[in-house]
Ligand binder design. Structure first.
Ligand code: ARG
Length: 461
């Protein structure tokens, strides 16, 4: 097949090279960005007197036809066309003739791909942010119903202090809010137009980069063409942002897996979002959170992959950068489906407050409260209070009960400064509600956090 760049060549490319060199199998995903970018470029060329108005409108109507062919599935993607840029331009020329051949004036595929891919990534930054906010909305709605549902807060995966379930969920809302901010700040930082950089050094044609930038919704025009055609920071950033998002998702997924086990039974996933075993008829498996945890691996891999492609690349464009797309497409798709299924799985998950409450009776969760009581009400220095409490815990262990159920007389026998007024301090709810410091788990503080997130999410309601 004759290539658009074949002027200086005397032999056809080998089919092996065609296959190896092509990106058309995957970069066709950028067709929208490519067509919009070409139309903006053509309009600018016409405005500058480089194309006639007739040529520009031919390009516009031709591109409308190309777009509809692509969207209806009748467009033929051929490996011999190498990439979508050439396939689209070739089809345009077949439809409109000579004017199609003028479109590439003052442009190179180097700034063209930089434009298309950057705009795709900017769009995905926005879409993923919207999806994270929708997930946060579901989390906050569940939290609203569980500000008094106590469960053991853990450190080292050991029972530590009682907290409420809303407080626990809102920890994830906090992570996801940071994720939104990361996607948004990346979109803001990278909203800079590459079009008009041409191959690497700019162009002698009298173009107007401000105009294309503005019509495509960019905040500004890039500073240095040499940098711009080989800059893939925006792609690295979305890969990092998705990696961090998926790392957060994997932590929640891990907790859901643990909570669904018979050892915990704090939650039960709906049948709709659970799977069975092919051999064990009784099983209901948490495949959804397991896959969420597992898919985190591939998005980390995609980040490492592109960092490695970019490392040590000399200026400016090198074909290596064609390897930038598949990893980003894969990470974006992974993030999108993960956010969607996590949202649905959470919405339909049953929460079991009784089992959480039962777990609070294991592990002497109110031990810190006894120590705090000794400090505040008996004037005992904290280190000594810690020691006395340790003895009380040992006594409860001997009696085979939880510290929250120990009799006052047992405590008084350990240290006579402990009075009967200690009893409320040992209750699990009291312990949770005592933590009133800012950002703490007390119900009043948790309610403040719900208001905070409601305010953050007000635009999605
Ligand atoms: N398919 C190429 C890519 O994805 C487009 C740019 C090619 N430019 C070039 N001069 N070969 O990077």
């Amino acid at each position: 097949m004759e290539k658009m760049w074949s002027g200086r060549f005397t032999q056809d490319a080998s089919t092996l090279l065609e296959k190896f060199n092509a990106s058309i199998m995957f970069d066709q995903k950028l067709y929208r960005e490519d067509i919009e970018g070409s139309i903006a470029h053509a309009k600018m060329l016409a405005h500058q007197g480089i194309l006639t108005d007739e040529e520009c409108s031919l390009i516009e109507s031709g591109m409308a036809q190309v777009l509809s062919e692509i969207e209806s599935g009748s467009f033929e993607w051929k490996i011999g066309d190498e990439d979508l840029h050439m396939a689209i331009e070739k089809r345009l020329t077949a439809i409109i003739g000579e004017a199609g051949k003028k479109l590439h004036t003052a442009r190179s595929r180097n700034d063209q791909v930089a434009l298309d891919f950057r705009r795709f990534v900017l769009r995905k930054n926005r879409e993923i942010t919207g999806q994270i906010k929708a997930l946060m909305g579901v989390i906050v709605d569940i939290a609203r119903d569980h500000t008094t549902t106590v469960l053991p807060g853990m450190t080292h995966l050991q029972h530590a202090q009682p907290i409420n379930f809303a407080f626990h969920l809102l920890a994830y809302a906090s992570m996801f809010k940071r994720d939104c901010e990361r996607f948004e700040s990346s979109a803001h930082r990278n909203n800079i137009s590459p079009i008009g950089c041409a191959a690497l050094a700019g162009t002698p044609h009298n173009i107007n980069r401000e105009m294309t930038a503005q019509s495509l919704g960019f905040d500004s025009v890039s500073i240095n063409c040499l940098d711009t055609v080989s800059d893939r920071d925006f792609a690295l950033e979305i890969l990092f942002n998705i990696s961090t998002l998926m790392m957060h998702i994997s932590r929640l997924a891990e907790e859901i897996i643990l909570w669904s086990s018979y050892e915990f039974r704090f939650v039960e996933l709906s049948d709709e979002y659970s799977t069975g075993s092919s051999i064990m008829p009784q099983k209901k498996n948490p495949d959804v959170p397991e896959l969420l945890r597992g898919k985190t691996g591939r998005v980390f891999g995609n980040l490492m992959g592109l960092l490695t492609v970019m490392k040590g690349l000399p200026l400016a464009y090198n074909k290596d950068t064609q390897e930038d797309k598949e990893g980003v497409f894969d990470s974006v798709e992974t993030a999108e489906i993960s956010l969607e299924i996590l949202r649905e799985a959470l919405k339909t998950m049953t929460i079991k407050p009784q089992n959480m409450a039962r777990a609070c009776k294991l592990g002497h969760l109110s031990a810190t409260d006894l120590a705090d009581y000794l400090v505040e009400h008996c004037g005992v220095p904290f280190r000594e209070a810690h020691h006395i409490t340790g003895r009380a815990v040992a006594r409860a262990e001997v009696l085979g009960i939880d510290l929250s159920d120990i009799a006052y007389t047992e405590l008084h026998a350990i240290d006579e400064r402990i009075k009967e007024d200690v009893m409320p301090f040992l209750a699990i709810e009291h312990s949770m509600n005592a933590r009133v410091s800012q950002g703490g788990t007390a119900e009043v503080r948790t309610l403040e956090q719900i208001i905070y997130f409601d305010h953050y999410l007000k635009d999605i309601k």
